[in-house]
Design a protein around this ligand. Structure first.
Ligand code: HAM
Length: 423
């Protein structure tokens, strides 16, 4: 039997890294004032068909249950979280700030960094449509990426309102507009050129999307002429958001007029974070301002949030050595004879109760084989309990790094602090 395509198994070493990264993300989100929520792994298919963009709907893992209901495994969390908000939290004091961590499912062509089951860590601020909320969201995303050890990440910020304004200035049919958006989303300049090159508005758009470096002034000067007053006001809004970033610890970003975010539910500021070393699947975060409330029968509810691709973050991050190398065992206990066996189990119990990670020889091996096994497990210490030692109330403690050995007392009081290492 094989694993389903696009899924993975995680072994203990990998899980240690994943749990470390998860706890860093959680701690940071909590410190920024977010509370955790969890939603079901599957929802009514309709939730995603109506709420998420076309791209995601094509990738849904959907099915009919035994009661004939159309259900889908969640491809992301924003729609479920908005459903949760409208059902359970719409009366809570605003803004509501929540975070989530869990697996999501998309029927995609698997490749490195792209899976059919993957994990997202995300946050949403619901009920605030201010530059302050948008700035906080961008800054938190960027902080989280840095905290899990991705040093060379590139934050790109844009505004879908401005992009929409520029595309509508092209005077295309709705179908053609959609094609242009798709090409912008992919950064496919050739297709853009074919669809809208040659006209003034088209050349401006292609030029802006294709530019590597740009200042706010340039963007406003080049694109502003095509836009109505309301759309032009988005530039000041975006500027306001960006002006807050340094105070929140964000040192650099790039302006990117071409972020379309698959045109899902986004309405305003949008942002993405790339980890260039990942190559083709380098995007580790996507998010922005959105409006979803009207679709749930509630009044307009605006939000801003993002999701980090947890698996990609781990591929890109330099996990601190200690996290992996520390091993998963502080002490391995080997013993000889019946008396040694009982004393070994008692010693393991005392050490575990005092916070150490302890394993015991479960195969009744001789000491040299037990030592070999302990070393392959990366145990920091091995305690050896021979019959005669146990009679004297002691054990031999071997430091597996230095090879030094010393005698320690088996009395539970003394065992509490016998190991000179953090717990
Ligand atoms: P998204 O851009 O579709 O946005 O996904 C966010 C991140 O999830 C991506 O940047 C990527 O790192 C990761 N990701 C997506 N698909 C896969 C996959 N097949 N394998 C591995 N990683 C993947 C959203 O999901 C929005 N809900 C974000 C959001 C929250 N917007 C507002 N609030």
């Amino acid at each position: 039997m094989k694993r389903p395509r696009g899924t993975r198994d995680f072994l203990p070493g990998e899980m240690r890294k994943r749990r470390w990264a998860e706890s860093v993300l959680r701690d940071t989100a909590e410190r920024w004032g977010y509370g955790e929520v969890a939603t079901p792994t599957f929802e009514e298919e309709e939730l995603f068909v109506r709420r998420s963009g076309e791209a995601i709907v094509e990738e849904l893992y959907s099915f009919e249950d035994k009661g004939g209901r159309r259900l889908a495994l969640r491809p992301e969390f924003t729609a479920p979280v908005m459903r949760l908000f409208s059902q359970e939290m719409s009366r809570s004091a605003k803004p509501v700030k929540i975070y989530y961590f869990g697996n999501a499912f998309r029927y995609e062509r698997p490749q490195s960094g792209r899976y059919r089951e993957f994990w997202q860590f995300g946050t949403e601020i619901i009920g605030a449509d201010t530059p302050e909320a948008a700035a906080e969201s961008v800054a938190l995303a960027s902080t989280l990426v840095r905290k899990v050890g991705v040093e060379d990440a590139v934050l790109r910020v844009g505004h879908v309102g401005i992009l929409r304004g520029m595309v509508s200035a092209l005077g295309l049919s709705p179908g053609e507009e959609r094609e242009v958006f798709r090409a912008v989303d992919k950064g496919d300049l050739e297709t853009m050129e074919r669809l809208c090159g040659g006209t003034d508005a088209g050349d401006v758009l292609v030029g802006l999307v294709g530019r590597d470096k740009m200042s706010m002034e340039d963007w406003r000067d080049i694109g502003g002429g095509l836009l109505d007053e309301k759309t032009v006001s988005y530039f000041s809004y975006l500027e306001d958001v960006l002006s807050l970033l340094p105070a929140l610890g964000v040192r650099s970003w790039k302006l990117d007029p071409g972020i379309a975010r698959g045109l899902d539910y986004y309405t305003g500021v949008v942002f993405e974070i790339d980890a260039p070393r990942l190559g083709a699947e380098k995007q580790v975060c996507g998010g922005g301002e959105y409006e979803l409330g009207s679709l749930f029968g509630t009044s307009q509810v605006r939000g801003v949030g993002f999701a980090l691709g947890f698996d990609r973050l781990l591929l890109a991050s330099a996990v601190p050595e200690g996290v992996v190398q520390h091993g998963i065992l502080d002490v391995f206990i080997a013993y000889i004879g019946e008396k040694g066996r009982l004393a070994a189990f008692e010693m393991a119990t005392t050490l575990r109760e005092n916070g150490y990670r302890v394993d015991i020889d479960l195969l009744g091996r001789n000491i040299s084989k037990a030592l070999k096994y302990a070393s392959s497990r990366g145990a920091r210490y091995v305690a050896i309990l021979g019959e005669r030692e146990v009679e004297r109330g002691v054990a031999t403690l071997r430091d597996m790094q230095s090879g030094e050995q010393r005698e320690i007392s088996l009395s539970s009081d003394e065992l509490k602090n016998v190991l000179d290492m953090p717990r």
